[in-house]
Design a protein around this ligand. Structure first.
Ligand code: ADP
Ligand code: MG
Length: 254
């Protein structure tokens, strides 16, 4: 176990469960009988070739995509289909994408305050105070009143993380959060994610950053062609991959 303070308990009920999940886009079978359980506090890094279904998997967990068969449960319950329950799920499962998706006409702080005020009905002052604290936590407190375009890519992505955290999520999904960044900005974002992981956040992270996977992940899940082909602790997976698919993939990226 490389991740300091968190020991995801196998005895605990899983926070996220995928059972026999299948998804097609038309004829294209993009998730094939995916089974996965994620414990509270667990950090799972998902890797695999482009087109293997990693984004679809993430999006299915907060129901940005529907599945055609199988079951996904969050906190013990099947994913809600619509309405207030679905909005609650989306707030409980924060998502950070490759593109930062900040509202360009609002300040960084306004971006962070918006959903807590609108969705959680937090009083504006409380949302402001918490928003500022979150921006401090991701290292951009001094940027609070700037517009997104005035920030670097790394700062914008940290703002996007703060914005997701403002909803007090139970889990965070990261889909290639550093792929669109200039190389010198990758680490400032990974550092924030590492600190979240150490703090016990349940995380699913799609990334090509193998250093992060080794350092922060409890488990690496390797996907290919819509299937979970192999999963193991990072040392085990990187040092002793079992399948030819994983060996081949690792030989190309390491
Ligand atoms: P990854 O994130 O691993 O690169 P994706 O989950 O994005 O993979 O995509 C899996 C497969 O589904 C790919 O073949 C992709 O082209 C296809 N796909 C993704 N989104 C859509 C969509 N909205 N409509 C049709 N096909 C899609
Ligand atoms: Mg993707």
């Amino acid at each position: 176990m490389t991740n300091g303070t968190v020991t995801p308990g196998i005895s605990k009920d899983p926070l996220v469960v995928l059972k026999g999940v299948n998804k097609w886009y038309g004829q294209l079978h993009v998730l094939r009988d995916v089974n996965l359980e994620i414990a509270p506090g667990e950090v799972v890094v998902v890797i695999g070739p482009s087109g293997s279904g990693k984004s679809t998997l993430c999006r299915a967990i907060n129901r940005l995509e529907t599945i055609q068969s199988g079951e996904i449960r969050f906190a013990g319950k099947p994913l809600p289909e619509e309405g207030a329950a679905l909005a609650k799920l989306r707030s409980e499962v924060g998502m950070v994408f490759q593109s930062f998706n900040l509202f360009s006409h609002k300040t960084i702080l306004e971006n962070v305050m918006l959903a807590p005020v609108k969705v959680l009905k937090e009083p504006e002052e409380e949302a402001r105070k918490r928003g500022l604290a979150l921006l401090e936590r991701v290292g951009i407190g001094s940027q609070a009143d700037k517009m997104p375009a005035q920030l670097s890519g790394g700062q914008q992505q940290r703002a996007a993380i703060a914005r997701a955290l403002a909803m007090r999520p139970k889990a965070m999904l990261f889909d290639e959060p550093t792929s669109a960044l200039d190389p010198e900005m990758v680490n400032e974002v990974l550092d924030v994610m590492t600190s979240l992981a150490k703090g016990g956040m349940t995380m699913v992270v799609v990334t090509h950053e193998m250093g992060f996977a080794r350092k922060a992940a409890h488990r690496v899940v390797f996907m290919a062609d819509g299937q979970v082909v192999e999963q193991a602790a990072p040392e085990e997976f990187f040092d002793r991959p079992k399948t030819d698919r994983a060996k081949d993939f690792l030989s190309k990226i390491l």
